[in-house]
Design a protein around this ligand. Structure first.
Ligand code: NAD
Ligand code: WQD
Length: 351
């Protein structure tokens, strides 16, 4: 059973390919390598014993995408990760984000319709909820005006999918991820942000290794128990497993409406300080950090109500914060010790 994973050499995509192969699926990856490396398909092969096929092209290229689908019309389902995801960059370059994230989506959907491929899983985000009025946030919570062009591409993408399933045979599941962190237990794949990380965990692990001087904690004056902002961090392998469940649900015809939406979170909120404390506990290291002002656009607190996805998908995120943080640290250390880096093969921009 062949599954196309777009963006499959990226962070969440690569972990999902591992879980798909482990579950017995044949995987083909399409990625333009704008935020990942071709070597990731070798790394996946090292973990699973089967190197997935990787086709390198840009999904905003309508001709190449249509040609791909003509050559692979035996695909049974698609998991669409390919997108640009840097919130700050999207504010600076909105058209880049709208073109990349929306054109690629439209080209993939058209390819599916032309070749009668019915099953589509889409990477959405908790960013669509903004600062929710009620916590925990369930799938029925109102969609707030997007804080960034990136967030808006997720909202518009969900609308495009909803409109498309109404008039075609396409079935879709959108998975709204909360904050994915951590890495595969092998430490062969993990999260490798180019340049200076925006996200908390890679910033912490790079600081602990001395690549960054210190972590800046953005705000300790929020209305939370310790004053720092709260998020629902979820292990990337738990997240990856949910994609396997979602694609199986579609293939087995168990989807209940043509477009289903699920939250992927643990249901537990942790503050920035709690993440730092977890890191210090599992590593025995002292993290260099300072409290600074709030980061523009950050919400105060958000965590998922995962009860609908737990019940409907029969899936539950099982890994706790310490395990997530420990796996991120194991990966970061293994990656920095990789001899390839010593040849200058790194995108690391020092402090
Ligand atoms: P990532 O950047 O590691 O992976 C995305 C992959 O897509 C990259 O390998 C990139 O090269 C590829 N890509 C981008 N544009 C492409 C195009 N036009 N054609 C072909 N390939 C293209 O990101 P990730 O963290 O793995 O995120 C995967 C998906 O999940 C994205 O859609 C992202 O918006 C969404 N998401 C991520 C998070 C998060 O915190 N990481 C949270 C919520 C949602
Ligand atoms: C987590 C917490 C920061 C870095 C982003 C996107 C969102 C989604 C997930 C894709 C916040 C604090 C961070 C630092 C800090 N992505 N922090 N110092 O902002 O919840 O979500 O990734 O859809 O759309 O916005 O994640 O990891 O950046 O931040 O204090 O150096 O850590 O203020 O409270 P965020 P994050």
């Amino acid at each position: 059973m062949k599954i196309l994973v777009t963006g499959g050499t990226g962070y969440i995509g690569s972990h999902t390919v591992v879980e798909l192969q482990t579950a017995g699926f044949e995987v083909i990856i399409v990625d333009n390598l704008s935020n990942s490396k071709a070597e990731i398909s070798d790394a996946i092969g090292k973990i699973t014993g089967t190197k997935p096929v990787l086709e390198v092209f840009d999904l905003t290229d309508k001709g190449k995408t249509a040609d791909f689908f003509r050559r692979h019309n035996d695909i049974k389902g698609i998991i669409h990760f390919a997108a640009k995801k840097a919130v700050g960059e999207s504010v600076e370059k909105p058209l880049l984000y709208y073109r990349n994230n929306l054109e690629s989506l439209i080209n993939v959907l058209e390819g599916m319709i032309e070749n009668n491929i019915p099953n589509f899983v889409f990477s959405s985000s908790c960013t669509v909820y903004g600062q929710p009025d009620e916590l925990p946030v369930s799938e029925s919570a109102p969609i707030k005006k997007a804080e960034s062009p990136y967030g808006n591409t997720k909202q518009i993408s969900e609308d495009i999918i909803a409109d498309t399933v109404k008039v075609t045979d396409l079935k879709a599941i959108a998975l709204r991820y909360f904050n994915p962190i951590g890495a595969h237990e092998s430490a062969i794949i993990g999260e490798l942000p180019p340049g200076i990380p925006d996200n908390l965990l890679p910033y912490i692990t790079q600081t602990a290794l001395g690549i960054r001087e210190k972590l800046r904690v953005f705000g300790d004056d929020y209305n939370t128990p310790d004053g720092t902002a709260i998020r629902d961090y979820i292990h990337v392998v738990d997240l990856a497993e949910a994609h396997v469940v979602a694609i199986q649900r579609m293939i087995e015809g168990k989807i209940k409406i043509d477009f289903e939406v699920f939250n992927l979170g643990t249901g537990n909120g942790y503050s920035v300080m709690e993440v730092i404390e977890s890191f210090e506990k599992v590593t025995g290291l002292k993290l260099n950090y300072e409290i600074v002002g709030r980061r523009k656009g950050d919400v105060e607190q958000v965590w998922a109500d995962p009860s609908f996805s737990n019940k409907e998908l029969g899936w539950k995120a099982g890994k706790g914060l310490d395990e997530m943080v420990a796996s991120a640290w194991k990966w970061e250390k293994a990656f920095r010790e990789d001899p390839a880096l010593k040849d200058g093969e790194t995108d690391i921009e020092l402090i």
